[in-house]
Design a protein around this ligand. Structure first.
Ligand code: CDP
Ligand code: CDP
Length: 224
C-alpha cells in the first residue's frame, strides 16, 4: 500500500468529481489533484502554439516545453501554464470539446501520469479523473466511481453555465456530454472504466453534502 493515503475518484463528465474531491481534500487536509485540468491545460497549450488538435506529433513535441502548476484559489484552484494563468481559459467550450482528442494521445497520457504520480510522493492525495483507479494509482487505498444519469449531469452543467453567463441550450450540452463520455470510454489507452475494486456511488438526485458524507465514511473506514 502507498506510504501516503490515496483516494482515487473517477467517473463521467459532471458526475460531481471535482466538487466532492475539493471539499473532502479540505476537510481531510489532503492535496487535491484535478487531472482533468491538466489535460485541459495541454489542450490550451496546443492552441497557443498554433497547433491543430489533430496534430499528435506536434502536440507530442510540445510536451517537454509545458509546465503546469496549481495554486490555491477560491472558489476554484488556479491553474498556470508556463507561469501564465489559464484558470478560465481551460473551461472554454472550445477546450471542453477538444480535450478528449488531445488526451487520447499516448505521449500526452504518459507525461501527465508521470506528473500525477509525482504529486503523491510526499503527501496524502485525492485525485479525480478518468483513469486514476485503473492506471495512475492502482494501489490507492480508496477508489470511488462516481456516476449520475446523463440528464442530471447535463442539467448540472446547464445551471453552472447559466451562472457564468454562458448561453448553451440543455439539449446541446447533453449531446456534448454524451459525445465526450463516448470518446473517453472508447479510446485505446486507459479509457474511462470502473476499476474492479472501486466502489460505485450514484449521485442522481443526491445533494453535494450527502455525497461528501457518504464518501468520507468510506475513507474513514479504510483509514482505521
Ligand atoms: O470536469 P469535466 O468532467 O468536464 O472534465 P474534466 O475532469 O475537466 O476532464 C476533461 C477531459 O480530460 C475528459 O473529458 C477526458 O477527455 C480528459 N481526462 C482524461 O483523459 N483523463 C483524466 N484522468 C482526466 C481527464
Ligand atoms: O468534476 P465533474 O465534471 O465530475 O463534476 P463537477 O464539476 O464537480 O460538478 C458539476 C456540477 O454539478 C457542479 O455545478 C456541482 O455543483 C454540481 N453537483 C450537484 O449538483 N450535485 C452533486 N451531488 C454533485 C455536483
Amino acid at each position: 500500500k502507498p506510504a501516503f493515503f490515496q483516494v482515487a475518484i473517477d467517473g463521467p463528465a459532471s458526475a460531481g468529481k471535482s466538487t466532492i474531491a475539493k471539499i473532502l481534500a479540505s476537510q481531510l487536509h489532503f492535496v487535491y489533484v484535478d487531472t482533468g485540468a491538466m489535460y485541459r491545460t495541454v489542450t490550451v497549450a496546443a492552441k497557443k502554439a498554433g497547433l491543430s488538435y489533430e496534430d499528435e506529433a506536434g502536440i507530442t513535441a510540445l510536451l517537454p516545453k509545458i509546465t503546469i502548476e496549481f495554486k490555491p484559489g477560491n472558489p476554484v484552484q488556479r491553474v498556470f501554464l508556463n507561469g501564465e494563468e489559464v484558470t478560465e481559459a481551460i473551461r472554454s467550450t472550445e477546450v471542453t470539446n477538444n480535450v478528449s482528442l488531445v488526451s487520447s494521445y499516448a505521449a500526452v497520457r504518459t507525461d501527465m501520469v508521470d506528473k500525477q504520480r509525482a504529486m503523491t510522493e510526499s503527501n496524502p492525495v485525492i485525485m479525480d479523473g478518468r483513469d486514476i483507479g485503473t492506471t495512475v494509482l492502482p494501489n490507492a487505498q480508496v477508489k470511488i466511481f462516481l456516476v449520475a444519469s446523463v440528464d442530471e449531469r447535463a442539467e448540472r452543467r446547464y445551471k453552472e453555465n447559466k451562472e457564468k453567463g454562458m448561453a448553451v441550450d440543455l439539449e446541446t450540452l447533453k449531446k456534448e456530454i454524451e459525445e465526450r463520455d463516448y470518446k473517453d470510454s472508447h479510446r485505446a489507452i486507459s479509457p474511462l472504466t470502473k476499476a474492479k475494486d472501486a466502489i460505485e456511488v450514484d449521485t442522481t438526485g443526491i445533494g453535494i453534502d450527502d455525497v461528501v458524507a457518504k464518501i468520507k465514511t468510506i475513507i474513514e473506514e479504510h483509514q482505521a
